[in-house]
Structure formats: C-alpha cells, structure tokens
Design a protein. Structure first.
Length: 262
C-alpha cells in the first residue's frame, strides 16, 4: 500500500445525489481519492456503489453535487469525457469482444491509423508490437495475441481486460467487482496484477468488491456505503473486517467512531 502525504486529492466529490424515480440511490455522498491511493468501496447490494462508480466514470450525471478532478471542477457528458480526463473503468462483464483477437481488444476505440492517399489504414504492425509489449510487461499467459478472446480461459480474459485498462488508465482506474467471475487461482493472479500495476504506474484506483479479504489486501482506505450514504471511512491499517462488516450492516452505527477523511 502507498504512503499517503498531505496534498490535494486527485478526485473530490461533494454532495452527490442520484435518484431513479422515487428511489434515492445516492444521498449527499462525499468522496476523496488521493494521488497514488487505492480506495476500497464496500457495501451491501443496493447500497449505491455501482451508481457512484457510474457517476465517476461519466455514465450517469448526478442530480446534484460537484466533481473535481486534478483540482478542476468537471462535469462528464459521457464515458468518453472521463476517459479523456484519464479515468478508466473495469466492469465485471469485462467489456471484451469475443470474436476479436487480443490486439484488437487492446485497441478498441484507440486504433492506430496512418493516411495513405487520403485513406485511413490501420497500423496493424505497430498495434501488434504494442500488444506484445503489454502482454510481456504484465506477465499475461496467453497462447498468442492473435488468438480470439472467445477461446481464452476466464482468467486469461480477465487478465486481458485488466491489462487494457491498466495500460490506458493514466490517472484513475475504477474497478467494479473485477474478480467476480473468477476461480481462486485466477482471482489471486488478477489481484497480483492490480497490485503490481498500481506499484509500477502509481495510478490511483477505486475498488468495489464484496470480498473484504481482497479489499484489505489492496486498499489504503475503505469507504462504506449504506442506503446511499457514507456510513464510515477507515484507514485499512487501523480497522478490522469485523468493524467494516458492522458498518455495512449498520450494527456498529450507534458506537462507530468518527470517520477519517485522509
């Protein structure tokens, strides 16, 4: 885990509110993510975790509240705006195209072109070279970058998905249940990859997971959402799984100590 210093947060959200009809998904949510920090975001089903991630990634606009990123107020009109700012999102459905090979999946939406006689032509050789480099650097075990994704194992697909977003995420990566569909060995490999890339690239992350063991393994701080509100924020080194479970269920709300903010 990274050592935190006193500096302005990379991402700051204040007073976020989001409703869907009569359902209040988020209510007055404040969130900070520091430079080179991994924040674990936990809560029961329906607590508002995915809604919050979708606001941060530009998929939803908040009904109320403000976002600041790198010290500037931002309002994302869609996921493309968030990506341009340097925010990438990894969802549990992997967002891969199974009928394409690994190279094509790495460069979806970021294809490299050159112009010949006024026509745009894929720089396939350069894309393959970069894909080889990504696979080698991240230690991904796949038969070939030319293999269609549909023929890869679940662990190989998740590694490919993580590698793509870890490669392109310049400032902040949002991980929404990144190991949900994986076995024990594949999950461990995915967590190792996340931790290694965080250490090497110093990119900040927000990790959603129902598995507290994974959160405690990776996160510097843990934020608990309950019924669309922040139930508590704890430094990982200063809390326990039992305390976090108590905040998730509400069992410790009557005795919980004040939340930390950094």
């Amino acid at each position: 885990m990274s050592q935190q210093t006193q500096q302005p947060p990379l991402l700051m959200a204040r007073g976020l509110r989001k409703t869907f009809g009569s359902v209040v998904a988020l209510d007055s949510v404040d969130l900070d993510v520091g430079e080179d920090e991994i924040v674990g975001l936990v809560g029961d089903n329906g607590a508002g975790k995915s809604t919050l991630i979708k606001i941060l990634s530009g998929n939803f606009a908040p009904d109320r509240g403000e976002l600041e990123f790198e010290g500037k107020r931002v309002r994302f009109g869609g996921p493309a705006d968030a990506r341009r700012a340097g925010i990438e999102t990894v969802y549990q459905d992997l967002s891969l195209c199974p009928n394409l090979d690994s190279t094509a999946n790495f460069f979806i939406g970021r294809e490299l072109y050159r112009t010949i006689l006024g026509f745009k032509v894929l720089r396939l050789g350069e894309m393959e070279r970069q894909a080889h480099h990504i696979v080698d650097v991240m230690g991904i075990n796949i038969p070939s970058i030319h293999e269609k994704v549909e023929y890869l194992s679940g662990g190989q697909r998740q590694a490919m998905s993580l590698a793509r977003f870890l490669e392109w995420g310049r400032r902040l990566i949002l991980l929404d249940e990144p190991t949900a569909a994986l076995g024990v060995r594949e999950t461990s490999e995915a967590l190792d990859l996340i931790g290694r890339m965080h250490h090497e690239k110093h990119v900040s992350m927000v990790l959603i997971s129902h598995n507290l063991q994974h959160v405690f393994r990776l996160a510097d701080r843990i934020i608990v959402l309950r019924h669309g509100r922040i139930a508590g924020t704890r430094k990982t080194a200063e809390t326990t799984p039992d305390e976090i479970v108590g905040l998730i269920t509400g069992a410790s709300l009557m005795t919980a100590r004040p939340s930390v903010t950094s």
